[in-house]
Structure formats: structure tokens, C-alpha cells
Design a protein around this ligand. Structure first.
Ligand SMILES: *Cc1c(COP(=O)(O)O)cnc(C)c1O
Length: 476
């Protein structure tokens, strides 16, 4: 058998550096209460990962409640402070689609946030968690009548309307139940941001929202304002946009805010309509690997507030009530996934610089508990979790157990050369868009989520059993 070659690998991507100490944790990828014990093992709030894996099995999502709450509070405080001078007030909506269960919905309420949902199922979670309707938002480009009705019955704080036909449907459903629907309009400002770049265009080619651009006559956005203000059972609160995800800079938000406020000013002068609320969506970036360097939330908030203040002054608009919708940036770094290593093999790859070795570490989950690498080419990092190692790091790829060669969890990481079957690996920043996107591919049961608080772990979503997998098959 080949023994892995240590040192920098020609197969490594440019952004990946050979770690001085592969046992070290890069703080920004981890919940603040995860540490490596002097004895070598990873622990969260005093609980060792071996204990967790033994008690709850693997793969396992391990969520730090304190970390989640801290990030939620940080968003609320940073935006409250940044926008305090404007005076319009701020609401922070946690984007439930990033990760949601009743327990998390309660933390969101405790911390003074609101909760965004985008389906009947997410509304039901919120309802069972006891979230007051006024604290809820409902999104979606294709809401069913039943979802709109459920939202109105719950008394949601707002429905974010996505199209002209939907405004008519909301009006007739609200009329039939004798209610007034509070509505925001989702507009597409022609700004698309992803990580370090954003593009600004006039026209939109996507399924969401009402365009600000009109070729002949009023734009879809303007028509929607007129339709919503004319509707007797709709109270039009304001306008909304969401420009992308995993964004690190504030320019994209700034351009979107400028365009939306410009639209507000136009609606005021043309139609005398005051759009009192401005929602700038979510998308705040987090660190998945050493290549990501998110800026402090407070800085981004201050930059956004400066742009809104300047535009409001320039356009002689009263300060709107602001809302934002972070998901990933609150729950993403709060969670890591624990996997157990099985098969280990080393392959020789013919690279540009001649043959080089890559180590494959197969774990007991994969694309069924984290499809983001497969779906979005997302990169993650990993560390050896049950012990420290003094073995030299080798270029490794963490792969799952599914019947697909693309089933990759961590494409490139330097891990100690002695990682072996039975070891535990921890992959940080898996709180957002992993569990919620999990599947039962190859009839794998979906993992549990445990929350850790005050040195104790408890299940907040139990693991599926094999019986669960068969429960919908009437012949089983
Ligand atoms: C997905 C989504 C969010 C949350 O995005 P994050 O990248 O998780 O912050 C917020 N608002 C809307 C409308 C979304 O679709």
C-alpha cells in the first residue's frame, strides 16, 4: 500500500494552504464554544465529541445553542445600532429555510427576532412552536391558496407578494375570510450578488419578484403597487428584495437599496403612495474554509445604514422601517457535522506536475446529509476530531458512502496522514442548508440534530430509523 506523501500537494487548489498545525481550529469556521482539549479531542461546551457520537450516533449535527443565540443577538444589535439615527426602526427576520425546528423557532423569538417562512410546512413548525402570527413572514413565488389562507388565519405580520396574480389571490382570499392582509412586494432590483462580486442589470431573468424595469408603460413593480393599494383587503406595508447569498461586501446591498428607495420616491410623487417599509433580504456570507473572510456584521450594517440615510435625504423620503432576513449567517457557523471514518485509500493522480497522491477518507454520511458540494460546488473544511495527531498533513478528500463518485463532503483538506477507520471527523459550518436539504438517497436515514447548552446535549430533531424509511411503503 502507498503511504501518503506529506507536504504541499500539486493537486491542492490555490486557496488551500498547508497548515502549520492540522489540529488547530480556525475560529471563524466554528461555534465559539468548540475547542480542542489538551488531550487532543474536540469538545463543545465541555462535551467530548466521542461522548456525543457514542450517545447519539453518527453522522450527527451538533448545534451550539449559545452560538446560535449570540449570532442572532449580534444581528439584532448591529442593525438596531446602525439604523438608530435614521429612526425608522429595524426588524430582523431569521430565514427559517436555512434550518428550522420548533426549538430553534423558540430561540429566535427569545432573542427578539422574527421568523420568515416560505411554505405551509414551515408555517406549521412556527405554529407548533407557539410563534405569534404577527412575528411571521410568508415568502414564495408560488404560494398555494391554502398557504395564503393558513397565513391569514395565523395573522402573519406580512405576506411577501411575488407577482401580480398573487396580489389578486391574496385579495380574494382575504376578502372571503373578512381579513386584511399585510403585504410587502418582492421587487427585483436587477442586482445579483455572490461572494465578492455583484452585477447590476436592468432586466431580470429569474422566477422571483416584480421587475423595476418596464419597457412600455408602468413596470410590473409599479403595477403591483397600484393593484395592492386599490385592493380593499390589502394593507401595503412596503417593498422587499433579496439579492443573493454568501455575500461578503455591502456594495450589492447598497445598489439594491438605492434602486428600491428611488422606486419609493417615484411612487410617492406619481401616486402619493408611501412605502413605509424596506426589506433588504438576507445573504450575509460566512466562513466555510480559510478562503472566506466575512466582515463583522456591524460594519456591513453601518455601511448599509449610511447608504439608506443618504438616499432618503437626497430623495426627501422619510426613513423607512428596515428589515433584513439573515439565515446562513446565524445558524451556519453554530453547527458542525460529526462523521465516522470507514474506508481509507490513497490514489495516484496524474497532475500537470506529474503523479501526485490524494487520500480518500470515506465517512458514514455524505451527499444525503450535505448536498451542497454536489449542488453548488461548495467547499468545506474538516478536522480530525477524536484525537490530535502529530502525523504530517496530507491532501485528503472526504467522501460519503453513496453510489455516486460525485458524493463529496470536503473536496480538499490537509488532514493528518494517520487518519484511520474508526476516527471521527468534524466538518464545521454545516448549520445552514444541510439538514434542511438532506435526503434519504440510498435509503440512508437522516441524522439527528443535537443542541448543546450549559454542558448538556439534547436531541432537537431525532435521527430517522430504518423503520421510518419504510413507513410510507404500504407493502413493507
Ligand atoms: C434564502 C433567503 C434568505 C436567507 O438567505 P441567507 O443566505 O441564508 O441569509 C432571506 N430572504 C429570502 C427571500 C430568501 O429567499
Amino acid at each position: 500500500m502507498l503511504s501518503p506523501t506529506s507536504g504541499p500537494s500539486p493537486l491542492a487548489p490555490d486557496w488551500l494552504s498547508l497548515p502549520v498545525d492540522p489540529n488547530a481550529l480556525r475560529a471563524q469556521e466554528w461555534a465559539h464554544d468548540v475547542v480542542r482539549h489538551p488531550a487532543g479531542e474536540l469538545a463543545i461546551d465541555g462535551l467530548s465529541v466521542q461522548q456525543l457520537a457514542e450517545e447519539f450516533g453518527s453522522p450527527l449535527f451538533v448545534l451550539s445553542e449559545a452560538d446560535f443565540r449570540r449570532r442572532a443577538r449580534e444581528f439584532r444589535n448591529a442593525f438596531d445600532e446602525a439604523f438608530a439615527e435614521l429612526g425608522g426602526g429595524v426588524d430582523v427576520y431569521y430565514a427559517g429555510k436555512s434550518f428550522l425546528c420548533t426549538e430553534v423557532a423558540r430561540w429566535v423569538m427569545d432573542e427578539g427576532l422574527r421568523l420568515d417562512t416560505c411554505s405551509g410546512g414551515e408555517l406549521l413548525v412556527a405554529q407548533r412552536a407557539g410563534v405569534p402570527g404577527v412575528k411571521l413572514g410568508l415568502h414564495g413565488n408560488n404560494k398555494s391558496d391554502a398557504e395564503i389562507r393558513r397565513a391569514l388565519d395565523l395573522g402573519v405580520g406580512r405576506i411577501v407578494a411575488d407577482s401580480l396574480p398573487e396580489i389578486q389571490r391574496i385579495e380574494s382570499i382575504a376578502a372571503a375570510s373578512g381579513r386584511i392582509a399585510k403585504v410587502m412586494l418582492r421587487l427585483t432590483p436587477g442586482v445579483h450578488a455572490h461572494t465578492h462580486e455583484f452585477i447590476a442589470t436592468a432586466h431580470e431573468d429569474q422566477k422571483f419578484g416584480l421587475s423595476l424595469a418596464g419597457s412600455d408603460g408602468p413596470s410590473p413593480a409599479e403595477q403591483a403597487v397600484l393593484a395592492a393599494t386599490a385592493a380593499e383587503h390589502i394593507e401595503l406595508l412596503g417593498i422587499h428584495c433579496h439579492i443573493g447569498s454568501q455575500i461578503f461586501e455591502s456594495e450589492g446591498f447598497a445598489v439594491a437599496a438605492q434602486r428600491l428607495l428611488g422606486f419609493s420616491a417615484k411612487m410617492k410623487s406619481r401616486h402619493g403612495v408611501e412605502l413605509g417599509e424596506l426589506d433588504l433580504g438576507g445573504g450575509y456570507g460566512i466562513a466555510y474554509t480559510e478562503a472566506d473572510n466575512p466582515r463583522p456584521t456591524a460594519e456591513i450594517a453601518r455601511e448599509m445604514a449610511a447608504v439608506v440615510a443618504e438616499e432618503c435625504t437626497r430623495l426627501a423620503l422619510p426613513a423607512p422601517r428596515i428589515s433584513i432576513e439573515p439565515g446562513r449567517a446565524i445558524v451556519g457557523p453554530s453547527t458542525f457535522t460529526l462523521y465516522r471514518v470507514g474506508t481509507v485509500k490513497t490514489v495516484v493522480v496524474d497532475g500537470a506536475a506529474g503523479p501526485a497522491e490524494r487520500r480518500y477518507l470515506s465517512v458514514d454520511g455524505g451527499m444525503s446529509d450535505n448536498p451542497r458540494p454536489v449542488l453548488y460546488d461548495a467547499d468545506y473544511s474538516a478536522v480530525l476530531a477524536n484525537r490530535a495527531s502529530s502525523a504530517a498533513p496530507v491532501l485528503s478528500r472526504v467522501v460519503g458512502k453513496h453510489c455516486e463518485s460525485g458524493d463529496i463532503v470536503v473536496r480538499d483538506a490537509y488532514l493528518p496522514g494517520d487518519v484511520r477507520a474508526g476516527d471521527l471527523l468534524a466538518v464545521p459550518a454545516t448549520g445552514a442548508y444541510c439538514w434542511v436539504l438532506a435526503s434519504n438517497y440510498n435509503y440512508l436515514p437522516r441524522p439527528a440534530v443535537v443542541a448543546v447548552r450549559d454542558g448538556a446535549a439534547r436531541v432537537i430533531v431525532r435521527a430517522e430509523t430504518e423503520e421510518d424509511l419504510l413507513s410510507r411503503d404500504p407493502g413493507a
